[in-house]
Design a protein around this ligand. Sequence first.
Ligand code: ARG
Length: 561
Amino acid sequence: MDYKRYIAQHIKAEGVSEEELEGLIAVPPDTSMGDYALPCFKLAKVLRKSPALIAENIAAEYPADGVVSEAKALNGYVNFRIARAGLAEDVLSTILKEGEKYGSSEMGEGKTICIDYSSVNIAKPFHIGHLSTTVIGGALYRIFKFLGYHTVGINHLGDYGTQFGKLISAYKHWGNREEVQKGGIHAINDLYVRFNNEATEEMEAEAREYFRLIESGDKEANELFDWFKELTLAYVKGIYEKLHVTFDSYAGERFYTDKMAPVVEELKEKGLLKESNGAQIVDLEPYGMPPCLILRSDGASLYATRDLAAAIYRKNTYDFYKCLYVVAYQQNLHFKQVFKVLELMGKEWAKDLVHVAYGMVSLEDGAMSTRKGKVVWLEDVLNRCVEKAYSVIDEKNPSLENKQEIAEKVGVGAVIFSALYNNKIKDIVFSYDKALNFDGETSVYVQYTCARASSVLAKAAEGGYEAAIPENYTPCDQEFELVKALADFPETVKAAAERYEPSFVARWCVDTAQKFNKFYFDCKILQEEETRSFRLALTKATLSALTAGLTLLGIGVPEKM
Ligand code: ARG
């Protein structure tokens, strides 16, 4: 139930629209006065009365019912109370029925969302800088699916460019088949780094020739390239499995090789292409942007050319409702240019392309240097966090079974969560200790809360106690705060989708876990008979909703911790 709307619809205030009232109604920081409040200060001008008087009039005329039980004026505010029994019954019965599907919907039915995320580069390290795109994209993928959209996850591989010529040259000089096969991406990357450090003029020339050979379909050059690609993909797929992300398409930049010429042709036909120092560009000066480079003077295509072809291909193939690009803010200009060029081409769907930009992730010790060969591999961060999680768990609960499995969920979850907890545009500094703090605003805290709820439910089962929602049960303050948090979940998921902000779900998880813990400590769940069944229902519902929330983020939920 959308209470703000409900209240706004029932307020009598002539000359003020329902929408305006709805926009003013807020959840007060201290809910002891009421669950929602309408500040009347902004209405004073229109209604030509003092805020205090307006509040009194509105409160006096408000029709209390089984949904909103009370409206009271105080110092220019109207404070509303939700009918506790009704809301609790409504929310808990819904969750107990829907379980972990609570909050899902069919609002997206018939609509397709393409999500371009992770988009790693072949033969280059999968480093900590790829964390956010991978987990934000993965979370959006699941969130949209949860809301009934058809989602297409696309890994727009960076598999095009002169670096592959360099790699072949390096391999020919220094490489060895067995070693590279065994060493996989690390061995390939070492070769590439060595080329950048040691290549001679001749090797540079050779590399250009190898690149040309790949382009012209030479068998040997392409076999090597395919092999490097295969080794890279085998590696990254292992990481994707750990992070619970999946893709429906791995069509990378190379896929568009034969799809660029028609785009260039169309640009030319529409009079958008201009020559500049031998290169072909689209002039974007009227829009306050540097030109978008389409073809270099040697006729070679660019990153933007491939993105133009990719956008058109995706529209033709998937007929998307929205196409999202989860890419760091460093590429803001690139996407602005690409979207503008498509708009100038008359693609009315250019408005449906969204650059979902996010900030940088660095490590506490500042080790995010991208200088040659000095990068932090995401795999190492995940492994280290799992190791640390293991030792924390081992210390807290040495007799726990399946410690390794739990440490995986906790450690990997902590890395994922740290990239999802803040507003996505913020730069973040990752700290193992902070991410694994049981009492912080962390996934570990939420997971621990879930384990606590599971253990209460297991104890209840042993005692033969059942969860139920008694009629007309009026929740106490702690119970009611938790009920309200649970009631907020469906709206939170929708808002996360609308604003492309998985952090809304992450924050909801922490907030709800905090409210559960307050309830857990203040109200003895199993102790008293009159309250036991309701409290068990509340515990069960909380566990379902928190599990749904963490699952949307790609984080596992251990039963015990
Ligand atoms: N591979 C690129 C990089 O690492 C990201 C690609 C993003 N997607 C796109 N369609 N341009 O910077």
